[in-house]
Design a protein around this ligand. Structure first.
Ligand SMILES: [Fe+2]
Length: 171
């Protein structure tokens, strides 16, 4: 087994142990974030081809879906300038940046900007709805790669997005 796969196996085991404890989503996100920090893989968790990204979209690669649907692990690859739309989520989410930098904008329910942060490689953060409206963009000049853990079965759902939003035109 390669070192990357061993790390992924350790991470899956740790997330399983954490999510089997019944608590609130925010607590679960924080506990899973602790585990992702302890078992953060390198970008080589994805193949060289996957690490190139896609020209037309942020590329997602499902790395693990728990058989009971309790959580999923995805690797996301962002070419420079690639961005999500403004969105929120159906469940808790934990993100660890493996390479590059991800710029995050946060919004309140009225879509007013309430903060930004730059997440460099090694940064891990967790959050849970409500209050989880954001937009993420690769503002660096290299490919950015991040590991995402979601409390849902992404193999069935495709992604964790609850809703996408369009900013109102402000006079
Ligand atoms: Fe998101």
């Amino acid at each position: 087994m390669t070192r990357s796969l061993a790390t992924l196996t350790d991470l899956v085991t740790a997330v399983r142990r954490t999510t089997s404890v019944r608590t609130g989503w925010t607590d679960t996100a924080e506990l899973v974030a602790d585990q992702l920090r302890a078992h953060l893989p390198g970008p080589e968790i994805l193949t060289p081809e996957q690490r190139l990204g896609q020209p037309d979209r942020v590329a997602g690669h499902l790395l693990h879906a728990a058989p009971d649907g309790a959580f999923s692990l995805l690797g996301l690859v962002w070419r420079p300038g690639q961005t999500t739309r403004i969105h929120d989520h159906i469940t808790w989410c934990v993100v660890g940046v493996l390479s590059g930098i991800e710029h995050e904008e946060l919004f309140d329910e009225a879509l007013n900007p309430i903060g930004t942060r730059d997440n460099p490689a090694g940064e891990v953060s967790g959050f849970a709805p409500p209050g989880d409206i954001h937009r993420v963009r690769n503002t660096g000049d290299t490919v950015a790669i991040s590991m995402h853990v979601y409390g849902a079965d992404i193999s069935r759902l495709g992604n964790s997005i609850r809703r996408e939003y369009t900013l109102p035109v402000r006079a």
